[in-house]
Design a binder for this molecule. Structure first.
Ligand SMILES: [Zn+2]
Ligand SMILES: [Zn+2]
Length: 365
């Protein structure tokens, strides 16, 4: 099968013919239909996130179950699935504490680039190719833990379904589950990539009356308007803090969501919010970067939440989000900027780097 392999963290992928073994016990082989180009992939390709090499990257995929291993009962061949990058074991300290996103089995194996049994299914000429986020969806096929294969309704188009696997779940969950946004409240979202746009949608669906989108790229702000922002601010030209204060009688917003992964945007998120606000940090800086905040931004009272997957429970939430899309409440068509063949995956990541994409997708036939 064809797969986009990262051999060195120099920013380029190599499309290779890779051997993929059959699924073992409790594993599922998925024929990938679409795989989203996520900023985290880009960070990994450039060495800003830890990774075991060589690896097939991609962690936002959807497709059709091709084969199942022994002991798999949650899906059958032909089912449509979204791949969750947080397959949780259901048995560890964190799973028992209702924090499946922190599953220790997932974390330990993810950090080594292997499946739950400590091995991988992908190889080139017998040389092991690592996994990435237990998904590795920039490939025609993948084999993943059964916990990561989440069945969805068959009338939900698989290209749009892929987006739920990372960006949409993270942004929507960040707004709805972490931000706990309620009707008639004010929200600012700083950073209008796919995660930020999904946070805006979560705020809209939750009934927020004022949704301020902040970015430095005008076409992203146009997108933000299409998916639910009531106001947009290009922070190159307008001070977002002053803008938020003016709209909220000088208090600041009720909920502030950060989706840009910059020290500056994290500080702005705090400064745009009122005392007592909830602050949700979804973006991430490169590992090892220190964040500086003036202490006054913490004064009064703030609840600051950092979450990677929007406090999601994929097996529940992928169904819910699928229904929201099919009911016309969640806008996904608008978020797909461009589709690529696997051979053009590097062009896609270059466009992502230039800020041209809300979401780019690799499409497989
Ligand atoms: Zn666990
Ligand atoms: Zn992602």
């Amino acid at each position: 099968m064809k797969a986009a392999v990262l051999f060195e963290t120099k920013g380029k992928l190599s499309v290779e013919n890779v051997d993929l073994a059959e699924p073992h016990k409790d594993e599922v082989m998925v024929k990938i239909s679409a795989s989203g180009l996520c900023h985290t992939d880009w960070e990994t390709m450039h060495g800003f996130q830890p990774v075991n090499l060589p690896a097939i990257i991609g962690h936002e995929g959807a497709g059709i179950v091709e084969a199942i291993g022994e002991g798999v009962e949650n899906v059958k061949v032909g089912d449509h699935v979204i791949c969750s990058w947080n397959p949780n074991c259901g048995m560890c300290f964190y799973c028992d504490n209702a924090q499946p996103i922190l599953c220790e089995v997932q974390k330990n194996n993810n950090s080594k680039g292997v499946l739950f049994d400590g091995t991988t299914r992908a190889s080139i000429n017998g040389e092991k190719i690592h996994y990435y986020s237990l998904v590795s969806s920039h490939a025609e096929y993948t084999v993943i833990p059964k916990q990561g294969a989440v069945k969805i309704r068959k009338d939900f188009p698989l290209d749009r379904a892929a987006l739920l696997g990372c960006a949409v779940m993270t942004g929507y969950g960040g707004a709805v589950y972490a931000g706990k946004i309620i009707p008639e409240t004010s929200v600012v979202v700083i950073g209008c990539g796919a995660v930020g746009l999904s946070a805006i949608q979560g705020a809209r669906i939750s009934g927020a009356s004022t949704i301020i989108a902040v970015d430095i790229i005008d076409n992203k702000l146009e997108m933000a308007k299409k998916v639910g922002a009531t106001h947009t601010v290009n922070s190159k030209n307008i001070n977002p803090i002053e803008f938020c204060m003016e709209l909220t009688e000088g208090r600041g917003v009720d909920c502030a969501i950060e989706a840009a992964g910059q020290n500056e945007s994290i500080r702005q998120t705090l400064e745009c919010s009122r005392p007592g606000a909830r602050i949700v940090i979804l973006g991430k800086t490169p590992y090892g970067v220190e964040i500086n905040l003036p202490f006054y931004t913490l004064m009064g009272e703030r609840e600051i939440i950092r979450t990677s997957y929007g406090k999601s429970r994929p097996r529940i939430d992928f169904q819910r989000l699928s229904n929201l899309y099919m009911n016309g409440d969640l806008f996904l068509d608008e978020m797909i900027s461009k589709k690529y063949d696997i051979e053009d995956v590097n062009l896609g990541f270059e466009a992502l780097e230039r800020g041209e994409l809300a979401r780019g997708l690799i499409i497989f036939n």
